[in-house]
Design a protein. Structure first.
Length: 184
């Protein structure tokens, strides 16, 4: 199936999605990688507010390259999601419902996804130009000292993604090989 989804999202919007479904995502997507996740979680541990609304948010694990003249962003390919696994359960618990990256996730992240009705979406690695084509605007909202890893608010239109882990815990990285082997 293919779904068109606009952020912010709700659990009800995500409930029909299944591992392997295609998603065209529009709306605001926040960028954050390792260093930004560490700072964000430290703020939350101290009882401070996040620099962007977590409830219903989508966070893309990307450190985009500098934009070319007339473009809102440079290449915007995903980074390995597992590097954010130590931070993700806390953010999901506080309302983040979409994560975008590449690669497998830990059992703790999968448990948080199921518990809170979140979804992990995969972006194609090595296709940074394709991903950037969906970005209409980009604005640094905090931690500019992190350079390409600063948190940005991206406005995206039809960002092409695939459901990797759905809200029921089905994992495409596990289901895909099983289905292939069963077809032999």
């Amino acid at each position: 199936m293919e779904y068109r989804i606009t952020t912010p999202v709700t659990r009800e919007m995500l409930a029909p999605l299944r591992a392997g479904d295609a998603v065209l995502l529009s709306g605001t997507v926040y960028t954050a990688r390792d260093a930004a996740h560490a700072r964000l979680c430290e703020l939350l541990r101290r009882g401070e507010e996040a620099p962007f609304p977590l409830c219903g948010s989508a966070v893309y694990y990307v450190g985009p390259t500098p934009e070319r003249p007339g473009e809102p962003i440079g290449a915007a390919g995903p980074t390995t999601a597992g590097r954010m696994d130590r931070f993700s359960p806390m953010l999901i618990e506080r309302g983040q419902l979409l994560m975008i990256g590449k690669g497998a996730r830990s059992d703790a992240v999968k448990e948080a996804i199921v518990r809170y009705g979140a979804v992990y979406l995969g972006a194609v690695g090595g296709a940074g130009a394709v991903m950037a084509a969906a970005v209409r605007s980009a604005k640094v909202i905090c931690w500019p000292d992190l350079g390409c890893e600063a948190v940005r608010a991206l406005t995206v239109e039809d960002l092409p993604l695939t459901v990797v882990i759905d809200a029921q815990g089905n994992d495409l990285y596990e289901l895909g090989p099983k289905e292939y082997l069963a077809s032999l």
